[in-house]
Design a binder for this molecule. Structure first.
Ligand code: GLA
Length: 471
């Protein structure tokens, strides 16, 4: 939109951020005497950084360590009396924040740090109100690459002007390019239609404040109901959220592998990872990255699913094709979103389509729904890859129903999916949800080729699967 062109982001973020963020698991635990290995201190971030390098997370693309709230010295000493710069808690961060940033950079990781635009942060630490430029300059001195800016404790009217103030400070930095993660939308209501169409909120955040990503909705509680609430919000407002042409919608942290207060079953952790991949939300590991059990580690490191998340070559976010408010579902009169949903995202410059099937219901689902979609003409060969279990097969498009239906493995076998060719360029996707497991999902990528020998074999290396990151 030409009316907002003052200050686009300084970092041209090509794909959603990936990393580790400490809030979900460690929140504001500052009692390091009782919890020496699980409190907000430099040891936590250093050992987490080591684990990210050693356990393959960095290699898979998780290249950011984000320190959340509660890093500051509390009370009256939170700012230096002369310079007014923020001061990190000297007991918990004895070497200071610049040293922590150096430690991360030496290991090929980016440094994320938290501030709040209000008078105090959400967890009652010192806010940045009135110190916007000074705090951004301080972050630049410390080598911060990613600013997570929250919006607790400020009158609603002042929130957007404050984000613009911060954005201006970031744009004025001479030597440091800082990514800008903006929590403003969470505090401005939950009607995404109003935010997009009436308030032009995301145009302002992108073009005036220079935000790269924004948290649209509530904090994702570490529970199945909490996760379901976020997914249903996306299903209700997917058209509005999908219409945002720039930046990335951030649906909050991944729950996989966290054990406080309860461990989400692997199948639900997988469902979240798959959904976040479809909507191109940043992927922030919220668990203790040093000790994620192998079954969850496998979920977080699935290169096929990560590639879907990072691929914005054709579509920035998936479309909901069945089961969402306003989507083309046929067997219900319900005006809201359904528990059984199908989402589709064109990837690889339109050469492939990824289909995500989600059953949010705690019960088995039995129904039959159909959806039609158009594919390019003249692509006679198809291969169907099950993104979670790696099964794949290729054949002539006419035989596609068979190869896509052949998915094996615990989760996938309970979705019976058929794709039928009806004319030269129309395929009818017929989804039989008979006996679908409770809270289960499946992800298929269907690749189309002109020749009999597919150019991308199913077990190709990560570098060919994944688009390079921009920063
Ligand atoms: C808010 C945010 C969380 C976290 C906390 C910190 O609740 O949504 O992500 O940053 O504040 O206090």
């Amino acid at each position: 939109m030409s009316m907002f062109q003052n200050g686009s982001p300084v970092v041209d973020l090509q794909s959603p951020n990936m990393g580790f963020m400490s809030w979900l698991r460690f929140e504001c635990q500052v009692d390091c005497d009782s919890y020496p290995h699980a409190c907000i201190n430099e040891d936590l971030y250093q050992t987490s950084a080591n684990a990210m390098v050693e356990q393959g997370y960095l290699e898979a693309g998780y290249n950011l360590v984000a320190v959340d709230d509660c890093w500051m010295q509390p009370g009256d000493n939170s700012r230096d009396p002369i310079s007014h710069q923020l001061v990190a808690d000297p007991q918990r961060f004895p070497h200071g924040m610049k040293a922590l940033g150096d430690y991360l950079h030496e290991r090929g990781l980016q440094f994320g740090l938290y501030l709040d635009v209000g008078t105090i942060t959400c967890a009652n630490y010192t806010g940045s109100y009135g110190y916007e430029h000074l705090d951004v300059d301080t972050f630049a001195e410390w080598g911060v690459d990613y600013l997570k800016l929250d919006a607790c404790n400020l009158r609603q009217k002042k929130i957007l002007p404050s984000f613009i103030e911060f954005g201006t400070a970031i744009q004025e930095l001479a030597h440091q390019k800082m990514m800008f993660s903006c929590c403003a939308p969470v505090y401005l209501g939950h009607n995404e239609t109003l935010k997009v169409k009436q308030q032009h909120l995301y145009d302002i955040l992108y073009h005036e404040a220079g935000c790269n990503t924004w948290r649209n909705f509530h904090f994702v509680d570490n529970s199945w109901p909490g996760l379901k609430r976020v997914i249903l919000h996306w299903a209700d407002y997917w058209q509005d959220l999908q219409s945002i042409p720039h930046g990335f919608n951030d649906a909050d942290m991944l729950l996989a592998g966290d054990d406080v207060p309860s461990l989400l079953p692997p199948v639900q952790a997988q469902l979240q990872m798959g959904f976040w991949a479809m909507i191109s939300s940043p992927l922030f590991i919220g668990a203790d990255v040093r000790s994620i059990p192998p079954v969850y580690r496998k979920v977080l490191l699935n290169r096929h699913v990560i590639a879907v998340n990072q691929d914005v070559s054709q579509q920035r976010q998936a479309s909901c094709v069945l089961g969402c408010k306003g989507s083309n579902y046929k067997n219900t009169t319900n005006s809201g979103s359904l528990d059984v949903q199908v989402w589709a995202k064109l990837v690889r410059h339109g050469q492939s389509v990824v289909l995500g099937f989600f059953n949010l219901n705690e019960q088995h689902q039995e129904s039959s729904i159909s959806y039609e979609f158009e594919l390019e003409r003249g692509r006679g060969i198809a291969q169907c890859v099950d993104l979670w279990n790696g099964n794949s097969g290729s054949s002539k498009v006419e035989e596609l129903p068979d190869i896509c239906a052949k998915g094996r493995g615990q989760i996938s076998r309970h979705w019976n999916i058929q794709i039928q060719r009806e004319s030269n360029n129309i395929k009818r996707l017929h989804i039989q949800t008979l006996g679908v497991l409770p809270t289960s999902h499946r992800m298929l990528r269907v690749d189309f080729f002109d020749t009999l020998q597919p150019p991308h074999p199913p077990n190709q290396g990560r570098t060919r699967d994944k688009e390079p990151k921009a920063q």
